[in-house]
Design a binder for this molecule. Structure first.
Ligand SMILES: Cc1cc2nc3c(=O)[nH]c(=O)nc-3n(C[C@H](O)[C@H](O)[C@H](O)COP(=O)(O)OP(=O)(O)OC[C@H]3O[C@@H](n4cnc5c(N)ncnc54)[C@H](O)[C@@H]3O)c2cc1C
Length: 377
């Protein structure tokens, strides 16, 4: 059965795909978004909820700065704030070497338009009396923040649908091919046609790219997450540490969410599970910086799938083999913050053939000739 001809077909209904659908509709293009499950339920809905620029690879900074401006505009863009709060992001040092790292990053970040304030141990505990003795200093990015990941993808999906995009859930794309004049896409028992194709399939973006002769060395990344019962609201910043082996935030309802280490995932079946030993290690590191949390009860642990590239930055840009194919995947554990900007960037690439954001570091060509992905760790 062959149905439908669209300007653009989007494979993947994470935040990136749903934001792209909305941005493309705003440019008047006809759009179908194909999601194998429900929109915003994979990495975009299972992540920690950190909306931070601090600590980012500087190659991503122009994109992260663009995204940060959009986070403030969510109510006008998608009709709700998705619990985005600009609480600031506080990165902690636990020894002299980590303190030196914070100072070095803050110095370099200035060249990329990011102003951080670094304070030593005594000052940091005066400012944040809820931090434990293990903390020797911190660096604050005041306009970073946090949001509820469960809300963001679906909000973009609803806004895109209201703007006229066709959003098809439970419509797995099993294959897509270039016909010479556009794309044929097999999805949910139907074959659709589109002039242009957007690959925002998260970890599975590697599989989609391989259909077009562009294999990339992507690996699954399953950060291990934990949440406590509600406790009195104290932690009014989102927290990370040098090295990233633990990160913590508290929602206004009181629950404390923390992550660190990796869970388990079976990519073939799209099943991921948290690991108890990894959660216990993250708990110990959390208690070192927030000792008063020791009596809080854990109510849930989870993980999810992101795609991790060997150089820790995503693939964003046109295909090198197939005209009209745009990739944006492999966000390597930090694509939630970028998602709203990725939508705009994809729309620019589709409609104008170029983006206002600098994308050269993200070209898929950097993996030309790359062998298939090795077995998951
Ligand atoms: C546990 C965890 C914690 C994280 N914490 C943070 C954080 O604090 N801050 C941050 O910035 N980032 C974080 N990340 C990373 C961030 O969540 C991702 O980089 C981002 O959500 C990727 O969005 P996406 O839309 O590209 O992909 P996804 O949300 O993975 O969406 C891709 C979609 O494509 C669909 N799909 C795949 N193949 C097909 C197909 N063949 N047909 C149809 N649909 C298909 C999938 O079902 C999925 O819904 C975290 C990730 C995880 C897993």
């Amino acid at each position: 059965m062959s149905v439908g001809v669209f300007d653009v077909a989007i494979v993947g209904g994470g935040t990136a795909g749903c934001a792209a659908a909305l941005a493309l509709r705003k440019r008047g293009m006809s759009v179908v978004l194909l999601e194998k499950g429900q929109c915003g339920a994979m990495a975009s809905g299972t992540n920690f909820g950190g909306v931070r620029r601090q600590g980012r690879d500087f190659r991503e900074m122009p994109l992260a700065t663009r995204a940060r401006a959009i986070w403030d505009r969510l109510p006008e863009l998608v009709g709700e704030d998705c619990e985005f709060r600009a609480t600031g992001h506080l990165k902690l040092a636990r020894d002299a070497a980590e303190m030196a790292e914070l100072e070095r990053y803050a110095r370099d970040a200035r060249d990329h338009g990011l102003e951080l304030s670094v304070v030593g141990g005594n000052a940091v505990r005066a400012l944040y009396p809820w931090l434990g003795e293990a903390v020797t200093g911190a660096s604050l990015c005041p306009d970073d923040g946090q949001a509820n990941p469960r809300l963001v993808g679906p909000a973009f999906a609803r806004a895109a649908r209201a703007a006229g995009a066709e959003i098809r859930e439970f419509a797995p794309v099993t294959h897509a091919r270039w016909t010479g004049a556009g794309f044929e896409i097999d999805a949910g028992g139907a074959t659709l046609r589109a002039r242009l194709l957007v690959n925002v399939a998260g970890f599975w973006g590697g599989e989609v790219a391989a259909w077009f002769g562009e294999p990339v060395p992507i690996r699954p990344l399953c950060p291990n997450m934990v949440v406590t019962e509600p406790v009195p609201y104290v932690i009014d910043r989102s927290i990370g540490v040098c090295g990233g082996n633990v990160y913590v935030r508290q929602v206004e309802r009181g629950n404390v969410i923390f992550g660190g280490g990796r869970g388990w995932g079976d990519t073939a079946r799209a099943i991921s599970r948290p690991r108890a030993d990894v959660a216990r290690d993250a708990m110990a590191r959390t208690l070192a910086i927030l000792p008063w949390l020791r009596d809080a009860r854990i109510i849930r642990t989870w993980t999810g799938f992101d795609g991790e590239m060997p150089d820790d930055i995503p693939v964003i840009g046109p295909s090198r083999t197939t005209p009209g194919l745009i990739h944006a995947f492999g966000f390597s554990g930090h694509g939630f913050q970028l998602g709203p900007a990725i939508g705009e960037i994809v729309a620019e690439l589709v409609a104008d053939g170029r983006s206002a954001s600098p994308l050269a570091p993200f070209a898929i060509a950097r993996f030309a000739g790359a062998p298939p992905a090795p077995a998951p760790r």
